[in-house]
Design a protein around this ligand. Structure first.
Ligand code: GLN
Ligand code: ZN
Length: 756
């Protein structure tokens, strides 16, 4: 049985590429030094795959920033404004990735978007009418040759033509269909060059195939590949899919002369049924994604062997593969000094997954795989207890009834009770929660972590920050205040650290975009809250002022979406467990006279299933109730707020209303307030604060432009429902621009109020 890896992480097990790139950006090292670090990492990654007998080792999975950006550059999809800077190819590349501001000009970066259902982001290729798609780069070939020099025969990987054309943004009159010929010809040129170099296989990634694919799109796909495959020569083409199943185009894929098709059996709910029902062509190799490339748990060999056994009955030629690129898991357990041995036994990061492949390969080669030591060990691990259960939490969950998900009285009645109680002016002003995390705020946290200061000193610093922040908010005239979130490193990590059931790592970084990596907590066991997490700081802030101060929490769906989830229980169960813990916090805040509580669900939208038909059944049917469970126990006159990042809500606007919060604020200014139409059209009952200025930029909005934004909102939204606030939290902003912007915001609200 051969083994294949779709892609390997690139930033380095100690984030070497991140640090080298950042030095290069600052001019501390030159391009040669950056290239050297990159080459060392590539060599190390090839070597470790080779050591684990991986048969299909990827090349060109390395990237300085993003694979789709690499693909765009290879195909000459470089907008004129970047070419006009006259920079070196590497500098041009980084200008597209990060923007350029210098002696040669001032251009913004390409847009960035989330890569399917992951927390990785890609750079959106931009195609205009003058774009001439053609083979313009050599990275793919160079890295193949580089590996070859190290005696590693690789399978070059490239984002496929269909996914590229579907994810690109078209800024002129021409659309994807106008670029089919040129794109297909360029892939043909790639294949022909690979033929010259003696490559045996190429992997073309087409994750777009696991989304809702229309008939027209399938036709586009066929058109592209009929041309590409007609000229492939002796190099074999692996069509690689991942993140789901290919139910919309399974027969079409089978009908095309691909040499291999990669199918995800981990996230692809219907993958096995498709193979059962329609079979798998004898002329093709099935690259079966059986080892989860997205999560950190060990592979359960019992299930994997059974799956392989069944697949052998359908496919003549079988290779086992990761379900997707290992880019989405951390590197290695080897640097983790604080994790217990018991925990480590259950985890498998990228390096450990390579070992699993080696082990699976050798087990399968035995006459009786089930009698091998490796199998027996693995089976014992899964049969043993992880001591992760909390009976009280499970009993509480089992006892939930519909009433626990229903807040009473109903919205309209609460709204009028709250209007009377809070007596806020029309267009009340507020912020999203955090204030700038300045260097001294971070230094305080760091000193405490290192043990350089006592807990009392650490807290006193935060109390002082809160006092100053509350005083300043009062002074500029905001109506609903916040404490500023100075104690929080991160909106998920903070709660994960306070809750029982989560585990934290030291080095388990995963690339989010470019040089930015995140270190998601791991959901190890049943989640519970043993003590209040935010009450002390919130109560302190409340004691300082007569104005309402919002308590600030992260919601269950966001906590779960930004963690590595368990695989032995459902996401729904985990979300409800977290919801119960946050619910207890909400009730504690309320008992401590915090009368407005914001429960952030920043990440609610991003884990929507890739196919719309799965949205309700697989996600919203538990995600929305999980949120309702958090706040259903509060009194009618406690006001519940929520906040969401990203404004693409039109398609789930009713579900968001059904969260039954009293007020929702969301990001809107970058999307030109498009959300207000959706709110208007659906009769949204929740009060709303569409962000009136963009906090992702240091720019200070003028009073006039804020007034214009409010005027546009008032055109569509009832004045009794409208709040005034920035787009998102202010933690990444500078102090001066923050207060200047907020002063303008308050001023704009006041001036508009005067005209009502
Ligand atoms: N309350 C959080 C903050 O202000 C919300 C952050 C977010 O939406 N990502 O930072
Ligand atoms: Zn936000």
């Amino acid at each position: 049985m051969k083994t294949s890896i779709i892609g390997y992480p690139r930033v380095g097990s100690l984030r070497e590429l991140k640090f080298a790139s950042e030095k290069y950006f600052k001019g501390e090292i030159n391009a040669d030094e950056l290239h050297r670090t990159a080459a060392e990492l590539r060599a190390a990654h090839w070597q470790i795959q080779q050591q684990n007998n991986i048969d299909f080792i990827p090349s060109n999975d390395f990237s300085f920033y993003d694979g789709l950006l690499d693909t765009a550059c290879l195909l000459n999809i470089v907008p004129q404004r970047y070419q006009a800077l006259g920079l070196t190819p590497l500098e041009t590349y980084f200008a597209m990735a990060r923007g350029y501001q210098g002696e040669r000009g001032d251009v913004k970066a390409l847009a960035m978007k989330k890569w399917f259902n992951t927390n990785y982001h890609y750079m959106v290729p931009e195609i205009d009418d003058s774009t001439s798609i053609s083979l313009a780069g050599t990275k793919l070939f160079d890295e193949f040759l580089e590996a070859q020099q190290q005696n590693v025969k690789t399978k070059p990987v490239l984002i496929g033509a269909f996914t590229l054309l579907k994810l690109a943004k078209y800024t002129g009159a021409k659309q994807a269909a106008d670029f089919v010929q040129a794109t297909a010809d360029t892939y043909v040129a790639v294949l022909s060059r690979l033929n010259e170099l003696g490559a045996e296989w190429i992997q073309l990634d087409e994750p777009q195939l696991v989304t809702d694919v229309s008939k027209e799109d399938l036709a586009l796909f066929s058109q592209l590949y009929t041309r590409i495959l007609s000229a492939k020569g002796s190099v074999k083409v692996l069509l690689q899919t991942y993140f789901g199943d290919v139910r919309d185009g399974y027969s079409e894929l089978q009908a095309l002369p691909f040499d291999g098709i990669g199918i995800d059996f981990v996230e692809g709910k219907q993958s096995l049924d498709l193979v059962r029902q329609f079979g798998f062509g004898d002329d093709k190799v099935l690259f079966a994604g059986v080892v989860n490339g997205k999560n950190i748990w060990k592979n359960k060999y019992k299930n994997t062997l059974a799956l392989i056994q069944e697949l052998k009955g359908h496919a003549k030629q079988l290779v086992i593969s990761s379900s997707c690129s290992l880019l989405h898991v951390p590197y290695s357990l080897k640097h983790e000094k604080k994790l217990s041995e018991e925990n480590k036994l259950h985890f498998s990061f990228a390096e450990e997954k390579l070992r699993e492949f080696a082990e699976l390969k050798s087990i399968i080669a035995q006459a009786d795989p089930y009698a091998t030591d490796a199998y027996i060990h693995n089976e014992a691990l899964f049969n043993g207890s992880r001591l992760a259960n909390n009976d009280a939490v499970q009993a509480r969950l089992a006892g939930l009834t519909d009433a626990d998900f229903t807040r009473l009285p109903a919205f309209a009645e609460r709204e009028s009770i709250q209007k009377t109680k809070f007596n806020l002016p029309p267009l009340p002003t507020t912020t999203i929660g955090s204030f700038p995390q300045t260097a001294d705020v971070r230094a305080n946290r760091f000193s405490f972590k290192k043990g350089a200061i006592t807990e009392a000193q650490y807290k006193q610093f935060n109390f002082d920050q809160i006092a100053a922040c509350v005083a300043q908010q009062e002074e500029i005239g905001l109506d609903v205040l916040v404490h500023g979130e100075y104690e929080r490193n991160d909106m998920v990590e903070y709660f994960g650290e306070c809750l029982d059931g989560f585990i934290f790592t030291e080095y388990a970084w995963v690339q989010s975009y470019g040089t930015r990596c995140v270190k998601p907590p791991i959901v190890w066991g049943d989640i519970s809250r043993s003590k209040p997490m935010t009450v002390e700081y919130s109560a302190y802030a409340t004691s300082l002022t007569d104005k309402p101060v919002k308590g600030m929490l992260t919601g269950p769906v966001t906590i779960l979406n930004w963690s590595f989830p368990r695989e032995d229980i459902s996401l729904k169960t985990s979300a409800l467990q977290i919801a119960l813990a946050i619910r207890d916090e909400v009730l504690d805040l309320e008992a401590n006279r915090i009368e407005i509580i914001q429960i952030d669900e920043a990440a609610l939208r991003e884990k929507l299933p890739l196919r719309q038909s799965d949205w309700q059944a697989e996600y919203l049917s538990w995600a929305i109730p999980a949120f309702r469970l958090v706040h259903s126990g509060v009194k009618a006159d406690t006001q519940i707020h929520t906040h969401m990042c990203y404004s693409q809500f039109s398609d789930i606007i009713r579900d968001i209303d059904a969260m039954d919060a009293d007020v929702i604020t969301f990001e809107a200014s970058r999307s030109d307030l498009a959300i207000i139409d959706a709110i208007n059209e659906c009769g949204f009952q929740t009060e709303v604060g569409p962000g009136v200025y963009d906090i992702h930029s240091p720019r200070i909005p003028s009073v006039d432009e804020l007034k214009q934004g409010l005027a546009r909102m008032l055109d569509k939204i009832d004045v009794a429902k409208l709040w005034v606030n920035p787009d998102c939290g202010l933690k990444t902003r500078g102090v001066n621009e923050t207060w200047a912007s907020l002063k303008h915001l308050v001023q704009a609200a006041k001036e508009v109020r005067a005209t009502l």
